[in-house]
Design a protein around this ligand. Structure first.
Ligand code: GDP
Ligand code: IMO
Ligand code: MG
Length: 422
């Protein structure tokens, strides 16, 4: 069994890209299994920064095969732009190294339009989507009117399917617009053809021959359409269980579920956020953590670590180990708070409440720990961390009952403390 799943345990942007890239050094295949270019995964190598939206974070290693599996929704324009950007940086991309599932659904121009028009109609209940057409593309998939990568090979299929969407979903689209989309997307179809693969077959064969695989989650547990803070969620399932569906592998193949947790919490877009800090502490985290969205550039909302959320994420994902990221951002704080419980109108609760009304009104109950003064961003051994930083790590581990195997103290590959090695 050689498959590890990487999942976000909060509201996304936990540092999945950095950790995937780091671990990809020792694996053969990295797979994206859900989401689309709403994701923004940052990988820093030396003085170069790569922002990946669709292509898996293993792409920076020549030996790694990257797969965009059936569960992802693909915007072909973004796909080719991203390839071009990487090639300009000297990263060699070829169909041997990058494979796309024939079954993945396609994001079309009307999905992007619907995304923004639906947001406008939500009035004061906006979700704050990334505007990339993700929700409408998944809606068409589930409604059985989606267009898949394999359909792009035939002009006739694209035309027929768009007309079906028009009929079934009362889409306002002119004949001229349809013709334009057919021409453009059949061109994409010819360009993407060499990358198309039966990715489930490919991954399963690779696993059988002893190859190591990382499944790179996008978004985070609290943005999961089933388990997150619905309706303030994305339209896919970022939880680990979806990795099997989204890539076509059996659950028995999974060895590890690695939960990525930021040492504090951030959220982009709307929706309740119990530990949010609106004052100087929030600003401190935004500035020190450079908390601006990778995809939309929006300022991320910041707050203290929420153990109720983390324990919930551990449960719904079956997290077997935790990578704690951005611990360095907390340097210089006199005190650090951890939310351990919620105070609700019905009393104190320790389990994440499924009713959004309860969650929205829940007040955090904090434990306060002493902070540390030192700059920890160059420390690579656990023992060399200041005592208070170790206390913080140990406290989190104890509270959630799962081992922290890796601590990240900076965006670069070597700014990492591997607790398995130390
Ligand atoms: P992802 O979506 O989960 O891959 O996370 P993002 O890439 O959107 O956001 C994480 C940001 O934090 C990126 O800019 C990373 O380069 C950066 N980052 C990752 N790990 C660390 C860390 O340990 N310390 C600091 N200071 N920055 C980090
Ligand atoms: P990564 O993979 C943070 C948020 C959006 C919005 C909600 C729905 O980088 O962690 P969508 O466009 O998906 O319909 O938007 O989900 N969102 C993310 N927030 N990180 C992400 O991805 C996100 N992808 C979507 O801000 O609140
Ligand atoms: Mg991100």
């Amino acid at each position: 069994m050689s498959v590890s799943i990487i999942v976000g345990t909060q509201w996304g942007d936990e540092g999945k890209g950095k950790i995937t890239d780091m671990l990809a050094d020792k694996v053969d295949i990295v797979v994206r299994f859900q989401g689309g270019n709403n994701a923004g995964h940052t990988v820093v190598v030396g003085d170069r920064t790569f922002k990946l939206h669709l292509i898996p974070s293993g792409i920076l290693y020549n030996k790694c095969v990257c797969i965009i599996a059936n569960g992802v929704v693909i915007d072909p324009e973004v796909f080719f732009k991203e390839i071009l950007t990487l090639e300009k940086e000297g990263i060699l991309i070829s169909p041997e190294r990058l494979k796309v599932s024939s079954l993945a659904h396609v994001i079309l121009p009307y999905h992007r339009m619907l995304d923004s028009s639906q947001e406008a109609k939500r009035h004061e209940e906006k979700i704050g989507t990334t505007g990339r057409g993700i929700g409408p593309a998944y809606t068409d998939k589930i409604s059985r009117v989606g267009i898949r990568i394999l359909d792009l090979i035939s002009k006739e299929k694209i035309r027929k399917k768009i007309n079906k969407v028009k009929r079934m979903r009362n889409l306002t689209i002119t004949e001229e617009e349809i013709q334009e989309i057919v021409a453009q997307y059949s061109e994409y179809g010819q360009k993407i053809k060499p990358y198309i693969e039966d990715t489930s077959l490919y991954i399963n064969k690779a696993i059988s021959s002893g190859k190591k695989v990382i499944m790179e989650g996008a978004q985070g547990t609290m943005l999961d359409v089933d388990h997150g803070t619905y309706p303030y969620v994305t339209s896919s399932n970022p939880v680990s269980g979806c990795a099997c569906v989204g890539a076509g592998i059996g659950p028995g193949k999974i060895e590890k579920v690695i939960g990525i947790a930021k040492a504090y919490v951030t959220r982009v877009g709307e929706g309740p956020f119990t530990t949010e800090l609106l004052g100087k502490y929030g600003d401190y985290l935004v500035e020190r953590g450079a908390e601006y969205g990778t995809t939309t550039g929006r300022k991320r909302r910041c707050g203290w670590l929420d153990i109720v959320v983390l324990k919930y994420a551990i449960r719904v994902n079956g997290v077997t180990e935790i990578c704690l990221t951005k611990l360095d951002v907390l340097d210089g704080l006199k005190e650090i708070k951890i939310c351990t419980k919620y105070k609700t109108k019905d009393g104190i609760i320790e389990d994440f409440p499924l009713d959004l009304d309860v969650f929205s009104k829940a007040e955090p109950v904090y434990d306060t720990l002493a902070g540390w003064e030192e700059d920890i961003s160059q420390i690579t051994e656990y023992e060399k961390l200041p005592e208070k930083a170790r206390d913080y790590v140990k406290t989190i581990e104890k509270m959630c009952g799962v081992k922290i195997t890796l601590i990240s103290v900076g965006s670069k590959r070597d700014q990492t403390i591997n607790l398995l090695r130390n």
